[in-house]
Write a protein that binds this ligand. Structure first.
Ligand code: FAD
Ligand code: FMN
Length: 566
């Protein structure tokens, strides 16, 4: 039995007496003597005091009954789950519930059997996978003999209905906890990108469970609001150029999309596409299995199949695949499996997942167009150089042909008020949203100062948007620019080195209230940059590294440090 009660502030609504009651009161007063009226007044006052006492007593008993302290554990990749966990923690604290919130990575799994109440908030990443910080926790849970009979839990899964395996990590976590004997307080709640309503409903459901004291008997239906964040658009690529010069190791495209519809987006948003498969590859797969109709494969992901998918296929095809990631056609060509019905293969393939690209334009500055900065993702498989499905699809997409896309809102990556200074760290394609930010501030005349850190391999061949950036410096909209071209000298120099070199000024900007933004590759870039920022804060403020980390965390919690890394 769960013994948590939450004190809920009830706002009294003052109601006048009904006409019938008023008439009755008049009747009593009309015939009463003065002494009787005085006595009645005292009697009524006494009644009021008694109610007041009952109310405060019940409040006291609510608070004194708080005997279980929920632990909120979050697994996150881009910070949404953490944000929700911190908010939930703060709401609990307001209700005098002593809760704790922890990154799943910091949780000591050895103590799991002793826990009595955990609220999990977990997002889904990749192809229905756990966020990086939660992988080890799930693997441990799945593979260890553990008795979780003491544990009551609820899972809030965060996801995106655009992805085929919606909130899959939440589903898997919820399942494994039950497998290990834990008690489910609430049915799994699944939140889409516009998660606010689901989170409120989940929190209310939790409060109901806590108040009813008996979670098992409580029948709760968590509301999952229908998503409305995705409007599908159709447009055309009107302009496409490679931003790198010939000697570059990179192939990064500046792409401009126009549409007859008004494309509604804000700086910080991304564009989502569902890339299409190469028809020749689909045909070759179908032909191998003696099928003419390859259309059943059109929307299926046949590229870069995960280990899990490859294992499932191996069983059906009666082969042993060595690779951890591989394209279906390569598997067929290499292992020459037995010929099964194509539909058996199709049943094991997931739909193609969407890909996101930061928008590098401002609707106001660029006449309603959407611009992207897309790096053609290249990688080696054996001796063969391959390219990523979506980046190749966009890089190759013919001009003036219809392209379907949607706008992925990102309210966690937004410009601050016009007068606030901003520091933008965006090496490589990480520059994309900052081109949008600066263009927007330019066109709206925002007076806050703007400092950009940009980096790539070579000044001559990889300085994206160089002319534009120089113009921004010239007009003064870009207050400061620091570049790091890693391969132009013997020692590699990265944006984090520039941040270290500018430590005093960097810290001054932060102390004066500048908002900090980071965009681009998650690993190793964003990790190294964060480490440098922590070092700078620690050295400049003469505080420990842990204290500096806390400063950065506080900035993040306050929305003054926002990152969009991938
Ligand atoms: C919010 C957000 C914003 C983003 N903004 C940008 C942006 O502005 N610009 C930009 O360029 N990108 C951006 N990205 C990244 C982008 O969404 C894609 O992830 C990227 O373009 C790679 O997708 P792809 O389909 O080309 O590659 P995929 O086909 O998805 O391949 C990805 C990787 O999988 C591996 N792989 C695939 N197939 C195989 C195989 N057969 N064998 C072995 N390994 C394999 C390789 O390592 C490869 O690099 C953003 C991502 C997010 C989440
Ligand atoms: C590359 C990528 C892959 C994703 N894959 C999935 C997925 O397979 N299923 C899903 O429901 N959501 C998926 N999402 C959506 C995230 O779960 C969603 O954005 C969530 O709000 C992120 O929460 P977090 O910031 O706590 O990590 C994916 C997002 C990204 C950027």
């Amino acid at each position: 039995m769960l013994k948590i009660l939450i004190s809920i502030t009830i706002k009294p609504t003052i109601k006048m007496l009904s006409e019938t009651k008023l008439a009755l009161l008049h009747q009593i007063i009309q015939d009463a003597t003065t002494e009787e009226i005085i006595w009645t007044k005292g009697y009524l006052a006494g009644c009021l005091d008694k109610n007041a006492n009952d109310l405060s007593n019940s409040n006291q008993s609510l608070l004194s009954n708080v005997s279980v302290k929920p632990l909120i554990i979050y697994g996150t990749e881009t910070g949404n789950s953490k944000k929700i966990a911190i908010q939930l923690l703060s709401n609990f604290k307001k209700n005098k519930i002593q809760a704790k919130a922890l990154d799943v990575f910091q949780f000591d799994v050895a103590k799991l059997e002793k826990e009595t109440l955990i609220l999990f908030i977990i997002s889904t990443q990749g192809e229905g996978e756990f966020p990086q910080n939660a992988v080890a926790f799930y693997d441990y849970l799945k593979s260890t003999k553990i008795n979780l009979n003491n544990l009551s839990f609820a899972v809030l899964g965060l996801g995106d209905t655009s992805y085929p395996l919606f909130c899959n990590a939440g589903v898997l976590l919820d399942e494994v906890l039950i497998e290990k004997g834990a008690k489910r307080l609430l049915p799994l709640a699944k939140a889409d990108l516009d998660y606010a309503d689901t989170v409120i409903a989940w929190e209310n459901d939790l409060k109901s469970v806590f108040q009813n004291q008996d979670p098992i008997k409580t029948e709760i239906k968590t509301v999952v609001p229908k998503s409305n964040h995705k409007k599908n658009y159709s447009g055309q690529i009107s302009h496409k150029i490679v931003l790198n010069d010939r000697e570059s190791n990179k192939e990064t495209y500046h792409i401009e999309i126009t549409s007859n519809d008004e494309i509604v987006y804000e700086p910080g948003d991304a564009l989502g596409i569902f890339p299409k498969n190469n028809e020749a590859e689909l045909k070759a797969i179908a032909v191998y299995f003696d099928e003419d109709n390859y259309s059943v494969l059109t929307d299926k992901n046949i590229k870069g199949l995960s280990k899990k998918s490859l294992e499932a296929l191996s069983k059906v095809l009666d082969i042993v695949v060595e690779e951890n990631k591989a394209d279906l056609l390569d598997v067929i060509n290499k292992y020459q499996p037995k010929k099964v019905k194509l539909e058996e293969i199709v049943a094991l393939l997931h739909p193609i997942a969407p890909r996101l690209y930061s928008i590098s334009s401002s609707s106001e500055a660029h006449d309603g167009q959407v611009h992207l900065t897309v790096n053609l993702n290249k990688f080696k498989v054996g001796a063969v150089i391959k390219s990523g499905l979506a980046s190749h699809y966009l890089a190759d997409f013919p001009l003036h042909t219809e392209l379907e896309f949607y706008i992925h809102k990102n309210n966690n990556f937004r410009l601050p008020s016009d007068e606030t200074d901003i520091i933008m760290i965006g090496p490589g394609t990480g520059i994309a949203p900052f081109r949008s930010f600066i263009s927007q501030r330019d066109v709206t005349g925002a007076e806050g100062k703007n400092w950009l850190f940009f980096g790539e391999q070579h000044f001559v061949s990889d300085f994206y948007y160089q002319t534009e950036i120089q113009e921004w410096i010239g007009t003064g909209i870009l207050t400061k620019l620091d570049t790091a071209f890693s391969r132009d000298q013997k020692e590699k120099i990265y944006v984090q080195d520039r941040i270290r070199q500018k430590a005093t000024e960097f810290n001054n900007w932060l102390e004066n209230g500048a908002s900090l933004y980071l965009c681009g590759q998650k690993a190793p870039m964003s990790i190294d940059v964060e480490a440098a920022i922590v070092e700078v804060i620690a050295a400049e403020r003469n505080i420990s590294k842990d204290a500096a980390k806390q400063v950065l965390e506080d900035l993040e919690a306050a929305g003054k440090y926002q990152k969009d890394v991938y």
